[in-house]
Design a protein around this ligand. Structure first.
Ligand code: C2O
Ligand code: CU
Length: 459
């Protein structure tokens, strides 16, 4: 089960990276959720039957200009109900795609018209939000990019969607069951095969001196990627779609938790040695996730990149009038909890487990009839996250970005997903300026499915 990248490929001497076809610029008007057979594993292994958007992994690249809108008819050709969530978009609530909260799941054979304005530029993604733990793991995700009116000065813009899949190497099928108690109670469903843009190995070509924008998206169900740059220097220019006030030089390890995005601008500095994006597998060994082959040399720019233009409506929340809420994260293996409320009933830990619930947020497992916080439009909310579990959790808020409030009172960058680690309290704040019912949950999707899921109401 815990076969990792190298083990999976053992015996495949000389397996090489495959260049990817560049995603098409224009996406079809229809987004079909359908089965497809795709070669996720390296050549020599069986192909995988996936659930996909449009027959590819990732789904079609959706790219719209700043101030534009996205119009897609979801056609459900699967045998199960589904819906699409547009992760990180400050969207109109009815378009948020959360089955059971913002819409009914679309039955097999059914359709749903998504049509929404995109207020912000940046790197976003879309994925299923009905039985997400299984549907996202089976492949239902894709990239959504909103382009600046004036793009930054780079030679190329590359999208790198990082993912992992838990496959049976004998059959190429996804390992079952998806609702595995061991995964739900521990770190989530972690794949035994890591890929970029839907393939086991993703290779890129570049010239020494070239400046690239790299848009990294972690689409994995649970994996936290530890990354570093080799043969290139770079700056972080945006997180979770939102531009930083100023580019920040990358030094050391980049941590990208499930659902997070990071936009880098990098200069290729290698002249002959290796270059690429390296991934840490077990904390000490580094291995190429994206290999860059050098094809020539050009004059390097000698200035740091300019900041990306700020998105609208991104003022820091006014903490003076904030209402504070405590979100205590409990449960899981090695920590557990005494009891929690599930579907209106107070249950002990064993009874919760019998219901497939391993986690709770402030004593509530899964969604309740009443929201975790009922906010008035424009109100500032401050949520203090206390992680009493033995695991990290990638906490995601729908519909609005938030900022970490640091101990010294300064605020971090805008994010829609933040990594909470055990025993390190996190304080986040946001202005509740988007009306509707917004989910807040762990983006380790097995955790969300087994209790770590709540909602906030903005009236
Ligand atoms: Cu990326 Cu609730 O989702
Ligand atoms: Cu979690």
């Amino acid at each position: 089960m815990d076969l990792h990248r190298r083990a999976f490929c053992a015996g495949l001497a000389g397996a090489t990276g495959l260049a990817l076809a560049r995603p098409a610029l224009a996406a079809p008007d229809v987004l079909t959720a359908q089965k497809a057979t795709v070669q996720l594993a390296p050549d020599g292994y069986p192909a995988t039957e996936v659930w996909s958007y449009g027959g590819t992994i990732p789904g079609p690249l959706i790219r719209v200009p700043q101030g534009g809108s996205v119009t897609r008819r979801l056609v459900n050709d699967l045998d199960v109900p589904t819906s699409v969530h547009w992760h990180g978009i400050r969207i109109a609530n009815a378009m948020d795609g959360v089955a059971g909260l913002t819409q009914d799941a679309v039955p097999p054979g059914g359709t749903f018209d998504y049509d929404f304005a995109v207020p912000d530029v940046g790197t976003y993604w879309y994925h299923a939000h009905t039985s997400s733990m299984e549907q996202v793991a089976r492949g239902l995700s894709g990239v959504l990019i909103v382009d600046e009116a004036t793009p930054p000065d780079v030679d190329r813009d590359e999208v790198l969607m990082l993912d992992d899949w838990l496959l049976d190497p004998e059959t190429g099928l996804f390992a079952e069951p998806f609702a595995h108690p061991m995964m739900m109670s521990h770190g989530g469903r972690t794949g035994n095969l890591i890929g970029v843009n839907g393939q086991y190995a993703h290779a890129m070509q570049a010239e020494t001196g070239e400046r690239l924008r790299l848009r990294l998206i972690n689409a994995a169900n649970a994996r936290i990627f530890g990354l570093k740059l080799e043969g290139m220097t770079g700056w972080t220019v945006a997180l979770d779609g939102m531009p930083l006030d100023a580019p920040e030089p990358v030094s050391g390890e980049i941590v990208l938790a499930s659902a997070q995005r990071i936009d880098l601008i990098v200069d290729i500095t290698a002249t002959d040695g290796p270059a690429g994006l390296l991934m840490s597998l077990d904390g000490d060994a580094w291995e190429a996730l994206v290999e860059v082959t050098l094809t020539g040399t050009r004059a390097a720019r000698d200035t740091a990149p300019a900041p990306l233009p700020a998105n609208p409506n991104t003022a820091r929340p006014d903490l003076a009038n904030a209402r504070t809420f405590d979100m205590v994260m409990e449960g899981g293996a090695m920590a557990g909890m005494d009891s929690a409320t599930y579907q209106g009933e107070r249950l002990g830990f064993r009874a919760l487990i019998a219901q497939g619930q391993f986690w709770a947020l402030s004593g509530q497992a899964g969604l309740s009839d009443t929201p975790f916080a009922a906010l008035k439009r424009g109100e500032v909310a401050r949520v203090r996250l206390t992680n009493r579990t033995a695991f990290p959790h990638a906490m995601h808020l729908h519909g609005m970005h938030f900022r970490e409030v640091r101990a010294d009172g300064t605020m971090g960058p805008l994010r829609d997903t933040i990594l909470s680690v055990p025993n390190a309290p996190l304080d986040i704040a946001f202005t509740a300026d988007n009306p509707g019912k917004w989910l807040m949950h762990c983006h380790m999707l097995a955790h969300a499915a087994s209790g770590m899921n709540t909602w906030i109401d903005v009236a």
